[in-house]
Design a protein around this ligand. Structure first.
Ligand code: SF4
Ligand code: MG
Length: 279
C-alpha cells in the first residue's frame, strides 16, 4: 500500500466519482465498487496516492467510477500496466480490478507472472463465470456443462474450469482470499487486509451476473464463512482448497514472501542505454 499515511479521514463516498455506473440493475459489481471504496476509506488512503487499474469488461469500468487515479487499460493487460505503475511510483497504493475473462483468459499469462513477481499491489477479480459485456460466452471459470446462454455450445464446453485460487497459490501470490459481493462489509474488510498485506494480494470476489447467469442469485444461500484460519503454508492452503466446494468465504492464505524490489542504480546514463539498444 501507499507509504504515505494521511491525517485526513475519508468516507467511502469520497472515492466515488460523479459518473453513474451503467451496470445492469442487481449486478454484483455495484456492491464490489462499494466494498473497494469502503476499504480505501477504512485505510485512510488519500485519493491522490491511490490508483485503480483495470482491463476490459463490465467490472473493468470501475476506474471511471472512482475519484482516485485510474487507468482503464486494454484487454488482459491491467496487471502489466499496474506493475509498471507500482515500480515507477512505489509510494502509491495500486489496486487492479477486472473480471474472469479479462484476468484468466486474455490476461492469464500476466496473472501467473504477477503472482510470481510479487509486486506490492492488490488484484480484485469479480468472477461471474461468464463474459458479461460481450453477451454471455463461457469464460475460463464457467462450469463444464453450462449451456444456458445462446452463446454457449449445447451441453456446455465440457472443459474443466480454471481454478484461480489454486493457480495463485502455485504461482506464488502472497495473499489469497475468496469473497462474495452479497457481503459488502466482509468483502471490504478482506480487500483492506489484502491492501495492507505486502506483495501481490489476490481477492477473488464471487460477483453475480444477474443478466446472463440468473442462477447466481442463489449464491447468497450457498456461501458461508470459512471456519479455518488463513494458512501460512501454501501447500496447506492448496490442500484445503482442493477439498472445498467453492463456497467458503475468507482469507485462505497469508504468506511472508518479500515484495519485489527492482534493481536500481545500474549507473548507466540514458545515452549509454540508447547506445546499447541502437540498431
Ligand atoms: Fe453485470 Fe452481467 Fe450486466 Fe455485466 S452483463 S453489468 S456482469 S449483470
Ligand atoms: Mg465475467
Amino acid at each position: 500500500m501507499s507509504s504515505e499515511t494521511s491525517t485526513i479521514s475519508y468516507a467511502a463516498s469520497d472515492y466515488k466519482s460523479d459518473v453513474k455506473p451503467v451496470w445492469c440493475p442487481g449486478c454484483g459489481d455495484y456492491s464490489v465498487l462499494s466494498s473497494i471504496t469502503k476499504a480505501f476509506a477504512d485505510l485512510g488512503l488519500a485519493p491522490h496516492q491511490t490508483s485503480v487499474v483495470s482491463g476490459i469488461g463490465c467490472s473493468s469500468r470501475i476506474p471511471a467510477y472512482t475519484t482516485t487515479y485510474g487507468f482503464h487499460t486494454i484487454h488482459g493487460r491491467s496487471l502489466a500496466v499496474a506493475a509498471g505503475l507500482k515500480l515507477a511510483r512505489p509510494d502509491m497504493t495500486v489496486l487492479v480490478a477486472g473480471g474472469d475473462g479479462d484476468g484468466f483468459s486474455i490476461g492469464g499469462n500476466h496473472f501467473l507472472h504477477a503472482c510470481r513477481r510479487n509486486v506490492d499491489m492488490t488484484y480484485v477479480v469479480m468472477d461471474n463465470r461468464v463474459y458479461g459485456m460481450t453477451k454471455g460466452q463461457p469464460s475460463p471459470t464457467t462450469e463444464a456443462d453450462w449451456d444456458a446462454s445462446a452463446m454457449a455450445p449445447p451441453g456446455g464446453t465440457g472443459l474443466t474450469p480454471f481454478n484461480p485460487l489454486a493457480i495463485a497459490l502455485a504461482a506464488g501470490a502472497n495473499f489469497v482470499a475468496r469473497a462474495f459481493a452479497g457481503n459488502p462489509n466482509g468483502t471490504a474488510a478482506t480487500i483492506a487486509e489484502a491492501i495492507r498485506h505486502p506483495g501481490f494480494s489476490f481477492v477473488l470476489v464471487m460477483s453475480p451476473c444477474v443478466t446472463f447467469r440468473e442462477e447466481q442469485r442463489e449464491w447468497k444461500n450457498m456461501v458461508r464463512p470459512a471456519t479455518a484460519e488463513p494458512a501460512t503454508d501454501p501447500a496447506v492452503a492448496a490442500e484445503r482448497l482442493m477439498h472445498d466446494d467453492g463456497y467458503n468465504i475468507g482469507v485462505l492464505y497469508k504468506g511472508d514472501r518479500r515484495a519485489y524490489k527492482p534493481v536500481t542504480g545500474s549507473g548507466r546514463t540514458i545515452a549509454e542505454l540508447d547506445a546499447e539498444f541502437a540498431l
